[in-house]
Design a protein around this ligand. Structure first.
Ligand code: FE2
Length: 207
């Protein structure tokens, strides 16, 4: 049964938009609607049933290949919002750095760890934790993850017990005061990149 509130009542409606609170007076409850709009309907989806696809020879596809749901904008390739899932899967690529590259993105990336360990961030990014890399902000693997992956044998490997999600959006994300100051923060987050060694020496890499 859908719950609702009917009848005239003086209420203050508070709306949060872009980190600010706005309010207005209304003469009825906003919960006096019992209907779905068009073909919108609430649903649950078991992420365990999502089958990821990936490269099976070499190269590193854009992580949007793991999109579960997408809300396109009028601009091809730049979506309003994508829900992306990084879950258990096989890694089989040859001659390929298998972690996400160091990059900055035209989409903002809000990631969350549901369970297990995310391969590019072996420490700190704990289940229940979230990270935000806003658009055009450089990021990715921690130094130990980079070194470990760079020196590992490229044999087929199954990533087990891991599930993280990402919301990618073409819009910049603002922090609320709670997320910036009140929530438990990983204060040493930035330190994991400070001792990344320079590898470039002006000569072509191994082919
Ligand atoms: Fe990213």
């Amino acid at each position: 049964m859908a719950a609702f509130e009917d009848g005239k009542v003086q209420l203050t409606l508070t709306i949060k938009w872009y980190g600010q609170l706005y309010e207005t007076a209304i003469g009825h409850s906003p919960l006096d609607v019992v209907a779905w709009h068009g073909n919108y309907a609430p649903m649950r989806y078991n992420l365990k049933t999502y089958c990821p696809a990936g490269t099976i020879l070499f190269g590193h596809p854009d992580p949007s290949i793991f999109a579960v749901l997408t809300a396109p904008s009028g601009q091809p390739g730049v979506n309003n919002i994508d829900l992306v899932l990084f879950r258990e899967r096989w890694r089989v690529t040859e001659d390929t750095f298998r972690l996400p590259w160091y990059h900055k993105n035209i989409m903002s990336e809000l990631m969350g760890n549901i369970y297990g360990q995310y391969d590019a961030k072996p420490k700190g990014f704990v289940p229940g934790g979230m990270s935000l890399h806003n658009m055009m902000l450089a990021h990715d693997p921690y130094k130990n993850a980079f070194e470990g992956t760079s020196n590992a044998n490229l044999e087929p490997r199954k990533l087990e017990n891991t599930m993280s999600f990402m919301f990618g959006t073409r819009f910049p994300q603002h922090l609320t005061q709670f997320t910036a100051q009140g929530a438990p923060l990983q204060d040493d987050y930035i330190d994991y990149w400070t001792d990344i060694e320079k590898k470039f020496n002006g000569t072509p890499g191994k082919k």
